[in-house]
Design a protein around this ligand. Structure first.
Ligand code: SF4
Length: 339
């Protein structure tokens, strides 16, 4: 049975935030001193994540599971969870292209420790990797992340490629006056190493609350800059995927933009999220949540959990309202929701 919301959108993609903790302190995400971390007892166990993922995949045909955080790799023994999730099977009678197979498993990471984990993740069944990299300049990297780890992240990208992840995707959050001067350099970097760069419009989810529309560099501006250096042609129909994509005319690969602010794509949204403490969110910008952890720890059975998930999806709104008078920033920051 598919999970369909009141707008006719079928849910296929579940983002699992496995921790709220992070080893970086990115300025557009959290304050220098970090956040008030969740006590370990409040964070879902691997068994609880597996149980909920099993319901989404095996009852509702969700065929994409993405691990996020905070920084997911700071959660100890994470390949163990990947191995558990790789045992799941999308129902054979599902309309999903992965019917009868394991779900597509991916991770969004800052890459700093990926050299240590790449092969273990690959062996455990991970399929795809997105690594965040907002600059190629060491001093700016230090300014943005408050960590002197550019070399480790670049090595993490190499390690992902060596372990067979392909294409590795590079996530770049573009902020005006911070790294918009490097859009062409980052596109060139992706071409040179054979990775797909995804430019992400800056979203109002930063802990400091400094987001302003003026700081957003929109898709049209990003594409114009890249195309001026490397001519592009659009790749038609994104489907439910968040990124619009282009192909370099000279065969140099592909590039993408996630235009959440200037060209919202909520009409095709197939994503839902689970926070590290088991709160179910039907939208990145949702202002309401559904406490699946409390239900599990109160011995709810799978039917009751499935019913609550269906009820929540039935209430999923049409989309975010950024730049509309009705927009209310979520009470959570990106690190407490997961990308
Ligand atoms: S903002 Fe919400 S509804 Fe829109 S695409 Fe993102 S998760 Fe989906």
């Amino acid at each position: 049975m598919d999970l369909i919301d009141s707008f006719g959108r079928t849910i296929r993609d579940l983002r699992l935030s496995v921790t709220d903790r992070c080893n970086f302190r990115c300025t557009y995400c959290m304050p220098e001193e970090g956040m008030q971390w969740l006590p370990r007892s409040e964070v879902l166990t691997f068994e609880e994540f597996e149980r909920l993922a099993r319901i989404f995949v095996e009852r509702f045909g969700v065929d994409g599971l993405r691990l996020t955080g905070g920084e997911p790799t700071v959660r100890a023994h994470l390949p163990v969870l990947v191995r558990k999730l790789a045992q799941l099977r999308v129902p054979a009678d599902s309309a999903s292209p992965l019917a009868g197979h394991k779900p597509d498993l991916s991770i969004t990471t800052n890459g700093a420790t990926f050299r240590l984990l790449a092969h273990e993740f690959r062996d455990a069944g991970l399929d795809r990797v997105n690594i965040s990299l907002d600059t190629l300049q060491p001093e700016k990297f230090l300014r943005i992340t408050r960590r002197d780890d550019l070399a480790r992240v670049l090595d993490g990208i190499t390690a992902a490629q060596e372990a067979g992840f392909s294409p590795v995707k590079i996530n770049v959050v573009v902020e005006r006056g911070v790294n918009d001067d490097e859009i062409v350099d980052l596109a060139r970097f992706g071409r040179e190493i054979g990775a797909e760069v995804r430019f992400i419009e800056f979203m109002p989810l930063d802990a400091s609350g400094h987001w302003l529309n003026e700081k957003v560099v929109g898709q049209d501006e990003i594409v114009a800059k890249v195309a001026a250096a490397f001519p592009l042609e659009p790749i038609p129909s994104r489907g439910a995927a968040p990124a619009d994509r282009w192909r370099y005319l000279d065969g140099g690969g592909t590039v993408g933009v996630i235009p959440s602010v200037t060209k919202p794509f909520c009409g095709d949204c197939d994503r839902v999220r689970l926070t590290a403490e088991g709160q179910f969110r039907t939208c990145l910008f949702a202002n309401d949540e559904f406490d699946l952890r409390a239900m599990m720890r109160a011995d709810a059975d799978d039917d009751q959990l499935a019913a609550e998930i269906q009820r929540a999806v039935g209430l999923k709104w049409a989309g975010h309202q950024i730049n509309q008078v009705t927009f209310v920033r979520p009470s959570r920051t990106m690190s407490q929701i997961g990308g």
